[in-house]
Structures are given as C-alpha cells and as structure tokens.
Write a protein that binds this ligand. Sequence first.
Ligand code: 2P0
Length: 333
Amino acid sequence: MNKQDVVQSITGGQFEAAAANGTASAPANIALCKYWGKRNEEINLPVTSSLSVSLGHLGTTTTVEPVAGADEVILNGLPVPEDTTFARRLRAYLDLFRRDAKQGFKVITHNTIPTAAGLASSASGYAALALAMNELFGWDLDRRELSILARLGSGSASRSVYHGFVQWHAGSQDDGLDSFAELLPETWPDLRMGLVKISTMEKTVSSRDAMRETVAESVLYRSWPSQVERDLQIIRQAIAEQAFDTLGRAAENNALAMHATAIAAWPPTLFWWPESVKAMQKVWALRANGMPVYFTMDAGPNIKLLSDKQNVRAIQNEFPDVEWVAPFDESAR
Ligand code: 2P0
C-alpha cells in the first residue's frame, strides 16, 4: 500500500472543495516515550508505539485554499522558495490531495512555536495541514482518521491532532490503518515543560536519516522495542498516579536510550552539543540536591526539562532562559 492508497481509503478521493478554504491549528508535541525507527518508510509506520504530551498553545495554524497552477507556500508571512526541502516535502504531501495535475494549493502557515525554542515544527505542521484539508474538503473525518492522514506527512504528526497526553499505537497491519494516535483521558495541571535552547540551526542529520541508519546498523537498536514496551507501561502508570519522579525517570532514560542507539549506529549520529551535555549535568546536579527535575531530548541538541509547577522558580535560577510550557493550562489555548 502506498500513501495514495491510504488517502483514497480514508477520504474516498473526495477532492472537490466544500469551502473557499480550510483553516486549523495543532499543537507541537514532545515524546516522553520516543518514536524511533520505522517498519515502513513509505507510509511512516513505526516499529513501536510512542507517547507524548502536547505543548498547549505552541504549535501551527494553517490555512489551505485551492488555486489554479503552482503551489504557493507562505511560512510566518514569507514565501518559501520552491527548491527548499521544506517546500519539496510539502508539495509531495499536497500531491496526495489534488483533483488533477493542474490543481494547486496556497498554504499559509504560522508557527506559534518561537523559533528561539529550537523545536521542530513538522509534527504540528502536518497535523494542522491534515485538519485544514478536512475543513476544505468537508470530509468530516474523526481524529483517528485525521491522525493517519497527518502521519503520512510526518510520523510524530499523528500525535499532534490532540491536546494532552497522546499514545500513538504502532499497529501491525501492512496498510497502517491501525497505526493512529489516541488521547489519554488523564490531565496533569501542574506538569511543566521547560524548553532549553541550545541551538536553532537546522540540523545536519535529519531524524528520518538517523532513524534509518540506526534501524539498519545499530546493534543497540535490537533492545529498543523491549525498552519501549517497559517504558510505556511505566509512563502510563505514572500518568495515572501522577507520580512525577517515576514519570521523569522513565522519560529521561527512554530519551538517553534512544540517543544511545543512534550513537551506536554507523555512521554514528550524536545530536548533542557540548552545551547539551552541560545542561544535562546541571539537571543531574539539581537532582543530586533534591530537586525533582528531569529532561528529555529529541533529534537535535536542545533539552526539554520536565518539572512540577512548584519547582519552576527554583529551577529557573539554574536555567534563566528557559521558556516554560503548561501543557494542561486551558487558558493558554
Ligand atoms: C519523537 N522524533 O517521538 C521522536 C523522537 C525525534 C526523536 O518523531 O520521518 O519528524 O517524519 O516520520 O516524525 C521525529 O521524527 O520523522 C520524531 P518522520 P519525525 O518525537
């Protein structure tokens, strides 16, 4: 099954606009148990399930409208040149939704993730676009189907169609129709995530390439599925019991294990910068002094702190430039 077949089976090939345009927003998300490795690269099917928390008001808002001729992409108010990776990848995704070859789209997209936070925006970007397409074409799809459409753009986008704790089920079918994200019922109002900016430069190795090399070349990857199975269980239980230390420990360990698999691949990928290691050491020093703070890290040098509301002020003394996010603060949406 290819992407086109998946889109056909979900939308029935209904590509007649039902409105002048479609607009939607989606939050960014940070995985507490990471998605790392695909079993199918064409339709972004993961080897394991994963679990994330959405970043509330930080994300993407996108408007899509049909135009005659070439696609136009406006990102944060500026036209995106056609020959960029960003535009090429977006065009390939838009190809899945054209009535015919002459059908183009104007995509106007705004990231509310501050560029300074150094967060990837493909998760919220493809989720917002899938949701906007649903509005444009009047499909009236449910979140499960929208999660699958978002997944075709970027795996982690499958989790960005919800606010809150979200589990992306790996599924086992070849067509991936059982590989979608689901919202967990729990909330955690006092949970805080601190975005520690190390670098906002575009990364030299994409997570897509690093994942592929890790699956193919890293001996440590063999233990990854069992690590995830264990961590998912621990994290689910910690969320249910609001057990902060258990959650933090499992999330930090899961992130470090993911990075270990990439380091053990050939060619190796080390996403860390010296400043990333310094930030990790600061977290460990704070913990040694009794402060409950943990970190997680994705396919880049930036660090995300996990903390409880009551400790934010004390942690801020060590990390003055952190941007704090309250994932369950309804007023921030
Ligand atoms: C995650 N990452 O769970 C993991 C942790 C990076 C490290 O999902 O190839 O941009 O588009 O499916 O979704 C980043 O991978 O990769 C990612 P594709 P994606 O958040």
